[in-house]
Design a protein around this ligand. Sequence first.
Ligand SMILES: [Fe+2]
Length: 206
Amino acid sequence: MDEVFGLFPIPFMRAPAALPPALVKGLVEHFTARATRDNNSSGNLAHTKMLKPGDSPLLGDAAALIAPKLVEFGTHLLGERLKWALKEMWVNVLDSGGRQAMHNHANSFTSGVVYLTPTHPSSQTVFMKSPGGTDFLFKNDHAGMKPGAFNADKWISPAPAPGDMILFPSYLMHAVPPNQGERRITLSFNALPTQLDSWGYVVKLS
Ligand SMILES: [Fe+2]
């Protein structure tokens, strides 16, 4: 029997109900009013300042629930149960019509999103391959082709429920298309392993 292998796949973790409803409610109530910073990709997107788990008991509770998932995700990303430091956390408030441009997260290894409200299907987070550099490009992209795991440019993450979390490598490009639904609130964060060891050549990261 013929076989086709997916070589070197990218890990993407979905953790349903990672945060319990009471904590999700607390985060929404506390941080929505504190999302006062404009985002340059949309007038209908605002976020809080960069926060640390120690800045609020709510964030501390969230960080304690996120931490074991980071360790588990790290076994896929880096092959070892490493210590992880949850660095910046912030809350995004995306009103109807708002969007987030394609971006990734520099100086971080794992990034994550916890969905705090229902998410309209139009604004499910989209992940995409890195745009090309300065080389010319050949593509086979038309109505008659069927995109699949090996040739698609983008992937729409599964419909999330409040409390669900996703974890992904920080280099992965992602975006939020225009929100055609109600206000969508998320908690985002970046995390680093405390150290990496390549055959004795060690870098300390946090
Ligand atoms: Fe992001």
